[in-house]
Write a protein that binds this ligand. Structure first.
Ligand SMILES: Cc1cc2nc3c(=O)[nH]c(=O)nc-3n(C[C@H](O)[C@H](O)[C@H](O)COP(=O)(O)OP(=O)(O)OC[C@H]3O[C@@H](n4cnc5c(N)ncnc54)[C@H](O)[C@@H]3O)c2cc1C
Length: 405
């Protein structure tokens, strides 16, 4: 079947929702289609590893995209080809014509040796949340010490599961945070009874005849086998760039776009986790965080509408922040958090409330706001002022630059 829309958005996540809203800012009546391969309409992902675990009665975080934007949702619809000359995309037997196209295809979780199942959850979707919650009555091995692994391990522990958390790092968070904070995070896991195994690399998974899953782990020289009722994995994502690549759009880690979030094809844009864009402060990068998904999505949508309605495009100048919550610990951050860099720590209450500045080559590259809120604009302003190498000869000036209390 053939459908024709003014705007076609490939991907049904948060960037897609934001893009539909961005289109509506400039074009109240143009037709919009969202083609998403999940069965659910767009929803927020962060609550899947946070709010829903703290308060299971919380509502599922659907965004109400169709009601708010009048976009036509084509769910369980996987786009397999783009014809940029004909300005169409193909999904199964259907062809969708567009005047402006957005790639908001996000990323897919990296997998180990077993595919997804009720016992093996590569955590990304609302279905994964339900599968993980069903495991909370028993023992669960969580693989991965990044955002998803730590948040899910905390959620499962709060829900009563017997949790083992595996991280290849020397400690949870050792690659991102200063030593004092790393110890603070570890204490939180210990207090909640999580068995943290550091320096452990999960190699492969095996299903047992009695319904458990065994995680085969390399811990130093020693192979270890850990059996559990289920395993939840947070091994990072691969950006879904294949569609862009197959229609000849440049891809370099993500789909490469200019400061208008436009690919080399003026009718094709990209936003969210899949886009590699020139950040106004931090340079070319791809960001896997919700502020980027919503803000770049909205900006890309507005620029699609500007293209279709013949108005000037606006550059995307936002440097996104990100955040994470583990138990009652929480932070916001802008830029790069790398514990190998030179750090300036400014604590109001040590390891409880403070700001950590990440510097290299006499410049500021990241700001961690630990339990300090409403300060991301201040962090951006500092990054903007001190991002050139050599612009920060005395990192000591950062003490007190952002109010900590
Ligand atoms: C559990 C969880 C918790 C998170 N918590 C935080 C947090 O606390 N703070 C933070 O800053 N960020 C967080 N994030 C990251 C944030 O949610 C993502 O950055 C954001 O959701 C990305 O949105 P997106 O629309 O770009 O991509 P996605 O959410 O990946 O959406 C893309 C959609 O496109 C679909 N798709 C892909 N290819 C096709 C195709 N060919 N045809 C049709 N559909 C396709 C995908 O299936 C998917 O539904 C979290 C992520 C997860 C998973």
């Amino acid at each position: 079947m053939r459908f024709d829309y003014d705007y076609v958005i490939v991907g049904g996540g948060m960037a897609a929702d934001a893009a539909a809203r961005g289109i509506r800012q400039l074009d109240p009546s143009g037709s919009i289609a969202i083609l998403g391969d999940e069965a659910d309409p767009p929803y927020e992902r962060p609550p899947l590893s946070k709010d829903l675990w703290r308060d299971p009665s919380a509502h599922e975080p659907f965004l109400g995209t169709d009601g708010a934007t009048d976009a036509q949702l084509h769910l369980s619809t996987r786009v397999t080809a783009i014809d940029r000359t004909a300005r169409t995309v193909t999904a199964d037997d259907d062809v969708f014509g567009y005047r402006a196209l957005l790639l908001a295809t996000g990323g897919r979780p990296r997998e180990l040796t077993l595919g997804p199942s009720p016992q093996v959850v590569y955590f990304r979707t609302i279905g994964d949340y339900h599968r993980a919650r069903a495991l909370a009555a028993g023992s669960v091995v969580v693989v991965g010490g990044g955002f998803i692994g730590t948040e899910i391990a905390a959620g499962l522990a709060m829900a009563g599961a017997k949790v083992t958390l595996l991280t290849p790092d020397a400690e949870v968070g050792a690659r991102q945070y200063p030593a004092g904070l790393v110890a603070r995070i570890r204490r939180a896991f210990d207090e909640h009874g999580v068995d943290v195994r550091t320096g452990t690399q999960a190699r492969w998974l095996e299903r047992s005849s009695v319904g458990t899953v065994t995680v085969h782990v390399q811990a130093g020289e020693t192979p270890v086998a850990l059996a559990a009722d289920g395993v939840v994995l947070g091994l990072g994502i691969e950006p879904n760039t294949e569609l862009a690549q197959s229609c000849g759009l440049p891809v370099d880690d993500g789909v490469v776009v200019d400061r208008f979030l436009r690919t080399i094809d003026p009718a094709v844009f990209a936003a969210g986790d899949v886009a590699s864009y020139p950040d106004a402060i931090l340079g070319q990068r791809r960001v896997e965080h919700v502020d980027q998904a919503t803000t770049s999505g909205r900006a890309a949508g507005a620029n699609m509408a500007a293209t279709v309605t013949g108005r000037p495009l606006e550059p995307y100048t936002h440097t996104p922040f990100f955040y994470s919550d583990i138990f009652d610990l929480g932070y916001e951050a802008v830029g790069r958090l790398d514990a190998q860099l030179e750090l300036v720590e400014d604590w109001a209450v040590p390891q409880e409330t403070g700001v950590v500045y990440y510097t290299e080559h006499a410049s500021l590259v990241g700001v961690l706001l630990w339990n300090v809120w409403d300060a991301t604009d201040a962090a951006r302003a500092l990054l903007s002022r001190f991002h050139e190498p050599g612009s920060l000869p005395d990192p000591g000036v950062l003490h007190g630059a952002i109010a900590t209390g």
